[in-house]
Design a protein. Structure first.
Length: 181
């Protein structure tokens, strides 16, 4: 399936979700994530601050931020910078997402786990992002465990991957935990 078609289908499906369904799904996905060995063993984790149509990451970050070192991305031109999460140092940034402020950037190579947002995934670990390539450029430099989180319906049969696309190693949905490689 072509990426634009996938984006359109998933966007339409997300509009049907109630707030209760969104909260319940996020809770189930992140409960599964926190029980994985990858999460338990990781100390430096790159998360993302969710957009309104994504599984909410905020409660999960708050729950674990005193025990794990979380980092968030910040848009800098066509690339993402990585900064430590500090709830008191967030500002509305690009695409109306709360981003960390400051100059204390970290390297992607220091991350042990990356929780990757996407519009959709397939069972081979391919992902469809929002089309700007931010995460593909960032993930290409990382050896960290890459974990995709999604609603069940965001898992599609097949994605036409491009050569520069970076796959995830694990996908966690509301009801499944797929280990790709």
């Amino acid at each position: 399936m072509k990426k634009e078609e996938i984006r359109s289908n998933i966007k339409a499906r997300k509009t049907l979700l109630s707030e209760e369904e969104k909260c319940s799904a996020a809770e189930r996905v992140f409960n599964l994530l926190e029980r994985t060995a990858d999460f338990m063993l990781a100390d430096r984790i790159l998360m993302y601050h969710s957009l309104p149509d994504e599984l909410s990451t905020r409660a999960f970050i708050r729950k674990w931020s005193s025990r794990k070192h979380f980092y968030l991305p910040r848009v800098n031109g066509v690339n993402l910078e990585i900064l430590p999460y500090d709830e008191s140092r967030l500002a509305l940034g690009s695409f109306h997402i709360e981003e960390p402020t400051g100059n204390d950037t970290s390297s992607i190579t220091d991350m042990e786990m990356i929780v990757v947002p996407a519009v959709a995934y397939d069972r081979a670990g391919n992902r469809v992002g929002r089309g700007k390539g931010y995460y593909d450029r960032l993930l290409a430099e990382s050896k960290a465990r890459k974990v995709g989180v999604a609603y069940d319906f965001q898992l599609v049969d097949e994605i036409d991957a491009d050569p520069h696309d970076v796959r995830v190693d694990v996908i966690i949905t509301e009801s499944h935990h797929y280990i790709i490689r």
